[in-house]
Design a protein around this ligand. Sequence first.
Ligand SMILES: Cc1cc2nc3c(=O)[nH]c(=O)nc-3n(C[C@H](O)[C@H](O)[C@H](O)COP(=O)(O)O)c2cc1C
Length: 232
Amino acid sequence: MQRLYLLVLVIASAWLAAACAQRDGAGPDATIEAPPQARQAVDLPAPDMEGFIPLETAIASRRSVRSYGPEALSDAELGQLCWSAQGITEEGGRFRAAPSAGALYPLEVYVATDQALYRYSPEDHALGLVRGEDVRLDLQAAALGQEHVGQAPAVFIMTGVVSRLEVKYGDRSWQYMLLEAGHAAQNLLLQATTLELGACPVGAFEDDGLAGILGLDDGEAPLYLITVGTLG
Ligand SMILES: Cc1cc2nc3c(=O)[nH]c(=O)nc-3n(C[C@H](O)[C@H](O)[C@H](O)COP(=O)(O)O)c2cc1C
């Protein structure tokens, strides 16, 4: 009798432990999904190399769009847009989608979504977490209150590290860096057009405000914002 009692007790304890583990999400069949949160790193899908829209059509149809649908961009779309701006396009090498004076590559690309602020790594074709929160309304404030900056599902931010150019180009380095930002931004705008997304370049912003949001040190300057989203 005592043995039977002990057996029932052991089975009951095991059942209770399993039930608790499942409730806490620790069990093997846990079905409760964690709330969406910033990912530490996002491995982006390999970029598509065969779009369907001819370059001439993209050039002819590109327009600055300042109103977007609420849908988040997919990882494939984020990846394609980052790649168009600064992706590595040389097989096994280091040359990138946009030209660079002396191939010194002073530009960095960040993207702010409803989840987080990320920095693009061309070498890994991946996003690394910078801030695990939605900074788009802060970006809107730094961009003199422009509403489409806060509303865009993705805000790309281009920055530049001028010292990478100064080693070779001295006083002309800032000029070259701005020219490069223009090349990269135009690539991104045309790529957005081919993905049938709306996009708008934004140059009106407070430098210090933007640098503070991105946590930039003195050597890295904010250069350009590009808002992107589905056509609303
Ligand atoms: C350097 C630069 C800065 C710009 N800054 C802003 C901006 O701060 N806000 C904005 O809504 N549009 C901005 N634009 C977009 C222009 O307003 C837009 O390109 C212009 O009206 C021509 O229209 P389109 O781009 O549709 O051809 C900027 C464009 C450039 C090239």
